[in-house]
Design a protein around this ligand. Structure first.
Ligand code: PLP
Ligand code: SF4
Length: 353
């Protein structure tokens, strides 16, 4: 470790300065965001939202279309009046993650994998987020990562998933220390990082980060999170390049008004692959209070997924899933094209042809 990297409180390494600055300069004021994208409060249906405040980094704002209240990137981050609606069936913790907590900062739902809440904050606040009501304060990690006790104690754990919040909110030195602690646990073979940071602040992919992940004995998978092709501009694709030496995957959420068309989903898969990323999961949105207006039903989800299958090679079709508490894995909703019935003439013809 270099001298500058020793303490979490020291000045950032030189290549960390740009992303730290982008983080600090994120837009948090609704009127400023609306001015930047040239959309009025009325057009956008915008509303201030205190419990989960607006936060969006400027490199992400730069990819929004000016004057378009329906821009798919804007819609992901803009608080609207619709969030105040109380919709039956939508709850603060629909995934019952409270019940999955193994220890402070450690969730265990599936065999062989433990998910660590490595950081409580995110660079961007996504309005549809299933963890928007999550009590991060109860899961804060101290200096020596107490959550890892739960990993050490369970020899069945082969993979540690760093999630959050966003684990790449940690500075490189702290992340390197965490990876070092994990690789000392003999039974752990794989390290997975779930992060949206390389998408919203491409400068987060520093040489220091890539070096840390390249040096560990653990097999590494990086799972980024993009929902629309417009999120992957040139800077973002360039940042993803050095991560393609690891298993580099993407998960998306199917969101009404953002990516709920076959065209948008197909474009996203193709743009991801151009940037070296394979689609992994397409999640049906969870029933989280305040997010009902993003909802896409199961039937529509299956229909869109079939259209993707008809238009793309299999490796560019993400698995359509939903999270159902109590199941041993995420619930797979992908249908075989053969089971298509009605309304999908294009698909049927393609099968005959
Ligand atoms: C989603 C999730 C995982 C990862 O599931 P995979 O199917 O392996 O991607 C692991 N742990 C928890 C608690 C999760 O919510
Ligand atoms: S980056 Fe992920 S965890 Fe953070 S607000 Fe967005 S969806 Fe939620």
């Amino acid at each position: 470790m270099t001298a500058a990297g020793k303490g979490a409180g020291t000045a950032p390494e030189r290549d960390e300065r740009p992303w730290q600055r982008a983080l600090a300069e994120a837009v948090t004021d609704l009127d400023e965001l609306l001015a930047l994208v040239a959309v009025s409060r009325d057009e956008a249906g915008a509303a201030a939202d205190d419990p989960f405040p607006l936060r969006v980094p400027r490199p992400f704002v730069d990819r929004m279309r000016r004057g378009d209240a329906r821009d798919p990137l804007l819609r992901q981050v803009l608080p609207t009046r619709l969030e105040g609606e109380c919709v039956p069936g939508y709850r603060a913790d629909p995934l019952q993650e409270g019940a999955a907590a193994r220890a402070s900062g450690l969730l265990g739902k599936y065999e062989g994998r433990l998910l660590m809440l490595a950081a409580g904050a995110c660079a961007v606040h996504c309005r549809y987020c299933f963890r928007r009501h999550f009590p991060y304060g109860e899961h804060r990690q101290g200096a020596d990562f107490p959550a890892l006790e739960g990993v050490r104690a369970d020899p069945g754990v082969r993979e540690v998933i760093l999630s959050g919040g966003d684990p790449l909110m940690l500075r490189d030195a702290r992340l390197a220390a965490l990876v070092g602690e994990i690789e000392r646990i003999e039974h752990v073979r794989r390290l997975r990082i779930h992060t949206r940071l390389p998408i919203v602040i491409p400068a987060r992919v520093t040489a220091g980060l890539v070096d840390t992940l390249a040096a560990t004995r653990l097999r590494v998978a990086v799972v980024v999170h993009a929902n629309h092709a417009n999120e992957i501009d040139g800077d973002c694709a360039a940042a993803l390049g050095p991560l393609a030496r690891f298993a580099l995957l993407n998960q998306s959420v199917l969101l009404r008004g953002v990516n709920d068309s076959a065209g948008a989903l197909i474009d996203l898969s193709e743009r991801l692959f151009d940037a070296g990323v394979l689609p992994y999961y397409l999640h049906l949105p969870d029933a989280v209070a305040g997010t009902a207006h993003f909802g896409v039903g199961e039937a529509q989800g299956r229909d869109l997924h079939l259209r993707m299958q008809a238009a793309l090679p299999g490796y560019l079709v993400p698995r359509l899933v939903r999270e159902t508490p109590g199941l041993p894995a995420k619930e797979l909703l992908s249908a075989e094209p053969a089971s298509a019935s009605g309304g999908l003439d294009g698909v049927t013809e393609w099968r005959r042809g």
